[in-house]
Design a protein around this ligand. Structure first.
Ligand code: RM4
Ligand code: MN
Ligand code: MN
Length: 431
């Protein structure tokens, strides 16, 4: 890092102050888990191996349709974003990768970018294309759609952008492209629902043909917004059918906020796993729609149930099961660094709680039609406070026992506020 970075001395001092209490809590939990036949150290090692990608757009302060309230010292460009991602990973040790978005993250030298990231100890996960916004000097507008647009010239431009994203991703060491389109309609009759999907599929076939052999493409569905009457890839069924038609390298991406309220997302996950089409996740939380709230902040039980399906799939050795884990959140009222650390920790919590579910007891209860007994097996995992395991995993991986407190004690944001004077013209909206 060129500017301020959190010193090893501060990290050690913060950890030393918390170490005796952690050792006590960890020992007590290890004894309790031991009585259930669970090895706490093995669980800690599994948590240490769990990682989720940070979205580059998540480290800036987000915004709504109404306003954006920039935070002090927020990143001005990609290299500042990398610095913040490195800080998040340094303390929480759960985010070894980043997921970039183009052209938001466009730069002239991608080999150099990859090196800078590697020096921060970071690698790249899926690259995201953006055909939901017009860029300066762009020949055709996406106002009425992109990959499914009625005009072949607009579709060709959107296809070319996705192919460019693949080329950039190859330079960054990425192995997947995530495609989310904003295409849809605001009025009944505005668009031919069948032909729009046909055009999308034809465009996607061209993108698919441009995928390197060891790459995957993730199709991300979304129920509504910005189109409010119908979206082209509205739900997991459409996404699944499209992925099926495209071929084995196409899989579905589940963004937790992209469903109608109360939809059973864990069942969607189970279905996609069953058909070898679960590509990955955009984790966040939601109360009403695509709220992009912090992961685990609204419905931690649902998050746990999603992980319950993932653990089940992993143990079964489900075919084609290798989901990519990414966050996709917008931080409007918090420091994004704090939110992203906490969200990664909430994912590790759900993961650990799902890991300690007694799978044979659960299967036995299910086989005996013991509905409450089966439910209680799940609840036993969910109600176990695994915080000492998570803290010990961070400590053993070289991170902070208490990442947010340590971050606050470091004064990182105050230092960055001096180093990063605000730039004029930073726009409203999600970035
Ligand atoms: C969309 C969707 C995409 C993300 C954009 C910024 O709602 O979640 O994944 O790239 O927002
Ligand atoms: Mn998303
Ligand atoms: Mn979204």
């Amino acid at each position: 890092m060129t500017g301020f970075s959190i010193s090893e001395d501060l990290l050690q001092a913060e950890n030393a102050a918390r170490r005796p209490a952690l050792d006590e809590d960890y020992a007590a939990l290890a004894r309790a888990l031991g009585r259930r036949g669970i090895d706490a150290d093995a669980l800690t090692r599994q948590v240490m191996a769990f990682g989720v990608a940070i979205p580059t757009w998540g480290v800036g302060t987000g915004g709504t349709r109404f306003a954006r309230f920039p935070g002090p010292g927020e990143p001005r460009h990609l290299f500042d974003k990398l610095e913040d991602c490195a800080t998040i990973h340094r303390l929480a040790r759960a985010t070894p990768t980043i997921s970039p978005h183009f052209p938001w993250d466009a730069t002239s030298d991608y080999a150099a970018l990859r090196d800078v990231a590697a020096n921060h100890g970071l690698a790249f996960d899926a690259v995201n294309s953006n055909t939901f916004q017009d860029q300066p000097n762009q020949a055709h507008s996406y106002k009425f759609g992109s990959l499914s647009h009625v005009d072949p010239a607009v579709r060709a431009q959107a296809v070319a952008h996705n192919i460019d994203c693949i080329a950039i991703g190859q330079k960054l060491g990425s192995k997947a492209l995530t495609v989310w389109i904003a295409d849809g309609a605001n009025f009944a009759g505005q668009s031919n629902l069948t032909l729009a999907l046909d055009r999308y599929l034809a465009s996607m076939r061209e993108i698919y043909a441009g995928l390197p052999g060891d790459w995957r493409v993730f199709l991300e569905h979304k129920l509504y917004e910005p189109a409010f009457y119908a979206t082209v890839i509205s739900d997991w069924g459409t996404s699944f059918a499209a992925a099926q038609e495209l071929g084995p390298q196409a899989q579905c991406l589940v963004d937790l906020g992209h469903h109608a309220p109360n939809v059973n997302i864990e069942q969607i996950v189970a279905r996609l796993v069953r058909f070898g089409k679960l590509g990955g996740f955009h984790f966040n939380d939601s109360k009403y729609g695509d709220d992009d709230l912090d992961t685990g902040s609204v419905e931690p039980f649902r998050l746990f149930l999603v992980f319950n399906e993932l653990i089940d799939a992993g143990l079964r050795g489900a075919d084609g099961f290798a989901p990519a884990y990414m966050l996709d959140q917008s931080h409007n009222v918090t420091d994004p660094i704090e939110s992203l650390m906490q969200s990664a920790i909430e994912l590790q919590r759900a993961y650990a709680q799902a890991l300690i579910v007694d799978r044979s007891a659960l299967a036995a209860a299910q086989a005996a039609n013991d509905a409450l007994g089966a439910h209680l097996e799940l609840k036993r995992g969910f109600t176990t406070d695994v915080s000492p395991i998570l803290a010990m995993a961070r400590l053993r991986a070289g991170g902070a026992i208490a990442p947010i407190e340590t971050y606050r004690a470091s004064g990182y944001r105050q230092h960055k506020t001096k180093e990063r004077p605000p730039v004029a013209g930073t726009s409203a909206g999600i970035v």
